[in-house]
Design a protein around this ligand. Structure first.
Ligand SMILES: [Zn+2]
Length: 357
């Protein structure tokens, strides 16, 4: 199949009443040229609604933003936890509790609520969101499109995007693309099923926001990447593990990860070769792969040789694998198993640590 041209990734954009909506530009070629096909497909499929700050706060009320406020507090809590030695579930529970006191942090207000991804618009009181729009800046077709839209959708707040760029000395276009890619990353990680969402857990917040920022940041190169790095530095602690997601694996206990990576590649190749005509082996290998993707060595197989070559230099390092594993954990809901939850929580702690120290 021919690759889709970047320009065809363009989303439908509706201004629901943002006076600064005209300052965002979705006609720039580089916005789409930086995307990979999976991001591009999401971009083409999801409408973008431009909303003013009051509308954004109605969609995503400040009391629901469970940001970890103070990086210093995070550092102190992590030091405390580590100094107690081998920490258990209870210690970690206390740490998460201490970090999320439920109050909104004014320091991060503008960077957290610049963009929003919603998997469903079912629970949104659309009339009240529209009522908060500036009528002089509402596209005529926008209200009916919004009213009829079941979701998923992306919301961007031009006022906050412009303001964020001005404060950091970063061009609006770059902030817009960073925020947009971040929200598209949430769409990529939305598995839209009935399993409970681990994003509600404080450690889930750390994993998902770090991965979303990795997806966004990895789209930029050179001086643009530096500018994006500067933007991210102004985000709350749970967003800062974005570089660490490509260095750490969520199941990074000892050398296991390297074996898993190697065997995932090998098995995928074998699976591809035998796909026709050997249903039994396809099933067996499919099972093995499922275990590996969840971060386990399959219990019914002997552990492979410890001296195999390690394919660790692939594009995106471990981030791609972490992202797949996260999607898989959400899709299957298996993060609820205590052992798996333990691995993810430990991973989140490491991301938090790498982000704030
Ligand atoms: Zn996010």
């Amino acid at each position: 199949m021919p690759r889709k041209k970047p320009a065809s990734y363009r989303p439908t954009v509706h201004n629901l009443g943002s006076p600064q909506g005209g300052l965002l530009d979705f006609g720039r070629e580089e916005t789409y040229a930086r995307m990979n096909p999976s991001l591009g497909r999401k971009a083409a499929a999801l409408p973008v609604y431009l909303v003013n700050p009051a509308q954004m706060d109605r969609l995503y009320p400040p009391e629901r933003r469970r940001t970890f406020c103070d990086p210093e507090r995070v550092r102190r809590a992590l030091r405390d936890l580590r100094s107690r030695g081998e920490e258990g579930e209870e210690d970690r529970g206390l740490l998460w509790e201490a970090l999320q006191d439920g109050s909104e942090c004014p320091l991060f207000r503008r960077t957290v609520a610049a963009g929003l991804y919603m998997g469903s618009l079912g629970g949104v009181s659309k009339g009240s969101v529209l009522g908060l729009g500036d009528p002089g800046h509402q596209d005529p077709g926008a209200p009916p499109a919004f009213q009829a839209d079941p979701g998923p959708a992306i919301f961007l707040c031009p006022e906050r995007i412009v303001d964020w760029g001005a404060r950091e000395g970063v061009p609006t276009a770059l902030v817009q693309d960073k925020v947009y890619y971040h929200e598209l990353a949430h769409a990529l990680m939305d598995t839209a099923d009935t399993a409970p969402d681990p994003y509600r857990e404080p450690w889930g917040l750390v994993v998902e926001e770090s991965l979303a920022n990795w997806v966004a940041a990895s789209r930029f190169k050179g001086s643009e990447a530096l500018a994006v790095h500067r933007l991210i530095k102004g985000q709350p602690p749970e967003y800062l593990g974005y570089e660490a997601v490509s260095r750490l694996a969520f199941f990074s206990r000892g050398p296991l990860v390297r074996h898993l990576l190697f065997w995932e590649d090998v098995l995928e190749e074998v699976l591809r070769l035998i796909r026709r005509g050997y249903p039994f082996w396809e099933d067996v290998l499919g099972d093995v792969l499922r275990f590996i993707r969840r971060g386990y060595w399959p219990p019914f197989l002997p552990f492979p040789f410890p001296f195999l070559p390690l394919p660790l230099s692939e594009k995106g390092g471990l981030a791609r694998l972490n992202l797949e594993a996260w999607r898989e954990a959400k899709r299957r809901g298996d993060w609820q198993h205590p052992e798996v939850k333990n691995l993810w929580e430990e991973f989140a702690l490491r991301l938090l640590e790498e982000g704030v120290f």
